[in-house]
Design a protein around this ligand. Structure first.
Ligand code: NAI
Length: 346
C-alpha cells in the first residue's frame, strides 16, 4: 500500500536496545531517501508500560493492514510471565517461515572467511507451541507438536526459496533418532517434497548434535539449512557466532500474506540504554524488507535504496568503522552516521 509515493510499514521499536537501533535505522532510511513511511506501534514491555496488552490489537491490525513490519526485539520474562510477543505474532499472523542469512562481512575478521549460509526455520510448531502442563507438584511436561501440513508447507517454502535464490543444497538438522514421530514426520515431509518436486537440489540430513560440530569445524560444507522451530532458534545464534555475533545477523518472518522483518538478536538488557548496541542486524533486516517491497510491489526505488544502504554499511565496515561488539569503539549513533556518510550519491 503506497501513500503519496511512500510504502506504509509498521515499525515496532521493541524493548531494551530496540528503540536505540530502531532510531538508527530510521535515520539511515531518511538519509537514503528510502520510500517508506513508518506507522509506529508498540508491543512487549513497552506496550505493558503504556497500559496496553502485551500485543495490542491495534499493532496486530496495523500489520494485517500494511502487510509489512519492521520489528525491534521484545523482552520475554524467563521462567514466568506472559507468552513471548514474538511467538504470538508469528502464530497470529501465520508467519510460518523464518529466513536468516548468515554471511561474512568486509572488515569483520572471524575464524572462517566467506561464510554464506541461509537458515530456514519452521516458525509455528515444535516445542514453541507452548503446550505445557503441570502434572504434579514436581512433574511438568512440554508438548512438541508437528503436523504434516506445517512440515510440508515449510518444506515447499524452503525448496522454492532455494530454487529462486539459485542455492545448491538443503540440509535438514534433526533429532529423529530420538524424536522418531515428530522429527521423523519433519524428515518424511522434506524428503517427499525433495523427491517429487525438487530432485535437482542436493538434499542432506544431519543429526543436529553432529551437525553443530560440523558447522563450527567447516561451515562451507553447508548452504541452506532447514530446521524445525527450536533447532532453528538455537542454530541461528550458533551460526551468528561464525560471522561476528548477533549484531550482524538479520531475519525475516514470512506468511502467505504478511512479512515481519527483525534481527535474530534479543533486547540485550545488559547493554540497553548505553548507546553502544550495533544497529546493523536491524538495518540489514530493514534492507531485506526493502528488497521484499521491491519484489512484491514492483517498486524499483526500494531496490535502489536497499543497494545504496548495503554499499554504505559494507564500506563503513571495510573502513574500520565498527561498534564494540565487532572490536571497534563507535556507539550506535556514530556508527549510523558513518553509514550515512558513505551513502552513494543518487
Ligand atoms: P540477546 O540476543 O538479547 O543478547 C545476547 C548477547 O548478545 C548479549 O550479551 C547482548 O549484549 C549481545 N547483543 C545482542 N544484540 C546485540 C547488538 N545489536 N549489538 C551488540 N550486542 C548485542 O539474548 P538474551 O540476553 O538471551 O535475551 C534478552 C531478551 O531478549 C530476552 O527477554 C529474550 O526473550 C528476548 N529475545 C527477543 C527476541 C526477539 O524479539 N526476536 C529474540 C531473542 C531474545
Amino acid at each position: 500500500m503506497a501513500t503519496q509515493g511512500f510504502h506504509e510499514v509498521v515499525l515496532i521499536p521493541g524493548d531494551g536496545i530496540g528503540p536505540e537501533v530502531s532510531d538508527a535505522v530510521r535515520r539511515i532510511f531518511a538519509a537514503a531517501a528510502a520510500p517508506v513511511h513508518w506507522d509506529e506501534h508498540v508491543a512487549g514491555i513497552a506496550a505493558i508500560e503504556g497500559g496496553l496488552d502485551v500485543l495490542p490489537a491495534a499493532t496486530l491490525e496495523a500489520i494485517e493492514r500494511h502487510q509489512v513490519a519492521l520489528k525491534g526485539p521484545c523482552t520475554t520474562p524467563v521462567g514466568e510471565g506472559f507468552t513471548s510477543v514474538n511467538v504470538q505474532l508469528r502464530k497470529r499472523l501465520n508467519l510460518y517461515a523464518a529466513v536468516r542469512p548468515v554471511r561474512s562481512l568486509p572488515g569483520v575478521s572471524t575464524r572462517f572467511e566467506n561464510v554464506d549460509l541461509i537458515i530456514l526455520r519452521e516458525n509455528t510448531e515444535g516445542l514453541y507451541s507452548g503446550v505445557e502442563n503441570q502434572l504434579t507438584n514436581d512433574v511438568v511436561m512440554s508438548m512438541k507438536v508437528a503436523t504434516k501440513s506445517a512440515c510440508t508447507r515449510i518444506s515447499h517454502w524452503a525448496f522454492r526459496f532455494a530454487t529462486q535464490r539459485r542455492r545448491k543444497k538443503i540440509t535438514v538438522f534433526h533429532k529423529a533418532n530420538i524424536m522418531k514421530l515428530t522429527d521423523g514426520l519433519f524428515l518424511r515431509c522434506a524428503r517427499s517434497v525433495h523427491q517429487t518436486e525438487y530432485p535437482n537440489i542436493d538434499y542432506q540430513e544431519t543429526i543436529i548434535d553432529a551437525g553443530c560440530m560440523k558447522m563450527v569445524q567447516d561451515p562451507s560444507q553447508f548452504d541452506v539449512l532447514l530446521l524445525e522451530n527450536l533447532y532453528g532458534d538455537v542454530v541461528s545464534d550458533l551460526c551468528a557466532g561464525l560471522v561476528g555475533g548477533l549484531g550482524v545477523v538479520p531475519g525475516a518472518n514470512f506468511g502467505d500474506v504478511a512479512a515481519v522483518f527483525e534481527a535474530v538478536h534479543g533486547s540485550a538488557p545488559d547493554i540497553a540504554g548505553k548507546g553502544i548496541a550495533n544497529p546493523l542486524a536491524l538495518l540489514m533486516s530493514a534492507v531485506m524488507m526493502l528488497n521484499h517491497l521491491s519484489a512484491t510491489r514492483g517498486d524499483e526505488r526500494c531496490k535502489v535504496a536497499a543497494e545504496r544502504i548495503k554499499t554504505a554499511y559494507d564500506q563503513a565496515l571495510a573502513d574500520g568503522q565498527k561498534t564494540r561488539d565487532l572490536g571497534g569503539d563507535l556507539g550506535t549513533d556514530a556508527f549510523a552516521q558513518a553509514i550515512n556518510d558513505r551513502l552513494p550519491p543518487l
